[in-house]
Design a protein around this ligand. Sequence first.
Ligand code: GLC
Length: 804
Amino acid sequence: MKYGHFDDDAREYVITRPDTPRSWTNYLGTTEYGAIISNNAGGYSFFRSASEGRFTRLRFNNVPMDQPGRYFYLRDQESGDFWSTSWQPVGKPLDEYKTTCRHGTAYTSIESEYSDIKTETLYFVPVGQKFEYWKLKVTNTGSAPRKLSVFTYCEFTNHWNIDQDQFNLQYSQYIGKATYQDGFAQMAVNDNLPHDWASIKRDGNAMLSWTTLLGSPITGYDLSRETFIGTYGSYAKPDVVASGESTGSTTYGENSCSALRTEIELAPGESKELLVMIGVGKASIEGKAAVEEFSSLERVDAEFAKLKDFWHSRLGALTAKTPDADFDSMVNVWNAYNSLITYTWSRSASFVYGGHRNGLGFRDTVQDIIAVLPAIPEEAGKRLELMLTGQFSNGGALPVVKPFDHEPGNTPMPPKEEFRSDDCLWFFNTVPAYVGETGDLDFYNKVLPYADEGEATVLGHLRRALEFNLERSGANGIPCGLAADWNDCLKLGYNGESLFVGFQVRYGLGVYADIANKLNLPEEAEWALLQQKILDAAIQKTCWSKDRFIWAIADDGTVYGTHDSKEGAIYLNTQIWAVISGAATEEQARICMESVKEHLATDYGAQLCAPPVETMPVEIMAARLFNAGTKENAGIFNHPQGWVVMAEAMLGKGDSAYEYYNAFNPAKFNDKAEIRQSEPYVHCQSTHARYSPMHGAARLPWLSGTSAWAYYSSTAYILGIKAELEGLRIDPCLPSSWPGYEATRLFRGMNINITVKNPDGAETGVASLTVDGQTIDGTLVPTDKLKDGSQIEVIMGAAVPAGA
Ligand code: GLC
């Protein structure tokens, strides 16, 4: 079943049926002013933080799941019939109500037709501003003149902290005041405190927001939710809309909303445009200033054009034209956009994350950065530096870095039991990718503070990261899992050993040696390679179990994930990272990837483990808390799917890499939305695995490491386009059915055109490579051979030895 389609030229996803299986959402705004909107205009807005700056309300896990939101109700003054400009909340029968929603890059538009009235709404936050627009155009498509009342609706929170708003009602129902003056509704929380509403330290200050309606005189208002909706009313049938009588209610505590009203008369064929603005600050100051500068319709159009330019230029950093339209929709638009959104919001704001995970989760953020490097290298570099300053001088890291109040050099070190083992190991993927993107080798010499005290060069930070794990190795010489490794549910005891971390450290040591050589520090390289050798020996001694690598060894010596284990007998991450890290021998690599295919692969992605954990000690395998076949308990965790693609590609298996990629490519399930259910244009954190009766249902859209690794694996491994310190590498690993592809890549300010031809259906291998007609040996095009507009041509096939 399908509910919409991709429109890649417009960089939009078009939803043609509004009764989607879940709310299909989009993001508006930036980290200063953020907002989420569903295909039925549900959603919320927040200032800086979804949990501490939430000023409009969405009731989580509501029925329907996306209410309230940003609504326009229309009421025919003659018949008394009313509807909304998005299908919900009124929800007219779909045989009479036609609607199309277009989710674009940080904007959403909804078009509807009902009762000879056509409406077009457009929602967005102008770049860099602290307010949002809802623009509405109403057209009379019938043959009779019409008189309509229009009511706007958004619901304010009673406190910007969502827990206070939703649960601490004995307090929060007495602290808000919604008032109306000079065309503005203003919501003031803790109005008696100083109006320093934008302060970073918000405690002790009032929280202020405002709305207004422009383009037609305001003829009535209701700011009390109870009055507008009615104590026993609903968003589908608010009392005031049903009766057509606004009451001029305000609030003194209780619940506040902004329901501003205007009347419009439309001759046949006539249109009218209205504008709602909502923002943070004082109505008489910030509201007034925003209206003065930004409320003309020309300005709205100009801001909209600016917003599109802003996003489209970012998405344009890498474009591909392959034989697979679904692959292209993701690489060119949605996966790139998804990654930028994930980078922006970490795990803090969605319809699933309420904002409690406030700030930048350490490991997640370091991984998120890898996907946005082509689009925003400088900005991502700053974020990377911020994360490096979240590392403690012992080499471990803060769980979360809060960009608005992080104080490097001044953060108390947590107790040793609280450190996770993998946080800083992700730097070994992201830091070299950043240096590859920018060519800035000197970045490794940049001195940055630690979170607690002291400072080191970036190289020094990397060495501390490795030492942290090497110093915390267990009885078998494998690094410990500590409070958790990548898998939040794995708690092996303080000295328990995690092979995934072992592989990450192995990978990190190799990367470190490589960097040290580039910096001409042979002793550093030697140190790393020696440590790697010692670790390799430990891994080979204890971690291979017939046809797989084990999962982990708890501190009581129990080995998890062995060939004959009853539960969790095979763990995905240790198979694929055995390959990615280079620890597996050629034979082991082949065998363990075969085991992945046999035991873990499904049509919707590879399961994290098999069989599920049902009786193992929950103190160690906290995955047992989850229903079998979901999340970390043998669910299809999507975050590692990109690693599966990378592992297959590293082994030269183009067909297999592509098959794994397709299994979790959301676009491939566009026509099976009844199974996958979540947005077909967005990656999800996990999918129900075959042990679940809901096999194939994907959950937790947008904010997941899945996006970054999907993007990275498809662009740097399948397309094989990778920015490296010395130049641009083109080393594709394609499905044999692809005759090739074309791509463009922004690389250090130069637009590079790439054509790959695959005449013999090879999966890997470059037979010849030319840049602007000049032949290059190998797959790396040195930077000095490139200029803006350069054309790289690759012919795949068995590599021709140099000079042959
Ligand atoms: C979630 C977390 C991530 C973790 C993963 C596996 O996605 O955000 O940090 O690695 O779960 O447990």
